[in-house]
Design a protein around this ligand. Structure first.
Ligand code: ADP
Ligand code: MG
Length: 269
């Protein structure tokens, strides 16, 4: 257990959906994140830009507890992730959460990766039903209804019984989005969801993401799709070398102030 420090305060007004403070992450000697702060308000879209190796995936993986922090703190929906605050001899201390409690925190977050990782031997419908049945212990009929609803939402209501191999990359990624949505997360994290797709399939996935944003989903998207960032983002964050170099509204894409961000934009635009 470690003693709680000053980070244990709640700000007035609306509570952030995600609040990362002074986040550090090292893999052995490799210091990947060097003090990242990030605040994501509910119902907003944050786009994270940055060159390969800047720590974008690591940050998302930390938020979703696929990695553990080396330093700093992350709150999701006001709750510290990975820890709970306990009273111990009159002091407020942090205690590591057990697996069950971690799973409950992780259930608030849906994540979509570059590689869709669908189960190849299961149909689209079965892929989407899997977690609601096996993780949430929903009945088959209710899970099926939910899966049909989410697959319809991503435009695949007519592909329920198709296997991944029978679907295009864009369709497979939309199944992966439906699969995440079927767990009814409060927050969706997207890690370069269109990077593995043929160019003509990118638009259909971005379209689904745009609709999700319009429906009020809280989203953090790592993407190189600058057009999407410009149109959909409420907040743009540019990372380089394990720190946030510049952040602001989508206007910073057309008026970057940091030279490193300007250089990056020249390469991706
Ligand atoms: P980005 O998503 O911005 O390309 P990453 O967060 O994937 O960056 O990676 C940042 C750095 O951390 C890279 O140098 C990468 O090789 C390293 N890294 C990521 N994950 C691991 C890991 N599990 N073990 C060791 N090094 C890692
Ligand atoms: Mg990455």
């Amino acid at each position: 257990m470690t003693e709680v420090n000053g980070a244990e305060q709640t700000a007035g007004g609306t509570r952030p959906a995600i609040e990362a403070r002074g986040v550090h992450k090292a893999f052995g000697q490799l210091h990947v994140l060097k003090g990242v702060d990030l605040t994501v308000m509910p119902g907003t879209v944050t786009v994270i830009l940055g060159p390969s190796g800047s720590g974008k995936s690591t940050l998302l993986r930390l938020i979703n507890q696929l990695e553990t922090l080396t330093g700093g703190s992350i709150r999701v929906d006001g709750e510290l992730i990975g820890y709970k605050v306990v009273e111990h001899r009159g002091k407020r201390m942090l205690q590591t959460l057990d697996d069950r409690a971690v799973a409950a925190q992780r259930a608030k977050i849906g994540m979509v990766f570059q590689r869709f990782n669908l189960f190849p031997h299961m149909t689209a419908l079965e892929n989407v039903m899997e977690a609601p049945v096996h993780v949430k212990h929903l009945g088959k009929a209710a899970a099926r209804e939910l899966a049909v609803k989410e697959l319809t939402r991503v435009g695949l209501g007519d592909r329920l019984d198709h296997y991944p191999a029978q679907l295009s990359g864009g369709q497979q990624q939309r199944v992966a989005i439906a699969r995440a949505l079927a767990m009814q997360p409060e927050i969706m994290l997207f890690d370069e969801p269109t990077s593995a797709l043929d160019p003509e399939l990118v638009g259909e996935v971005l379209g689904v993401m745009r609709e999700l944003a319009q429906a009020g989903m809280t989203m953090v998207c790592v993407t190189h799709e600058i057009g999407f960032a410009r149109e959909v983002a409420d907040q743009v964050v540019f990372m380089d070398g394990g720190v946030v170099v510049e952040q602001g509204g989508p206007g910073i894409i057309d008026h970057p102030s940091e030279p490193r961000f300007r250089d990056f934009l020249q390469h991706v635009l």
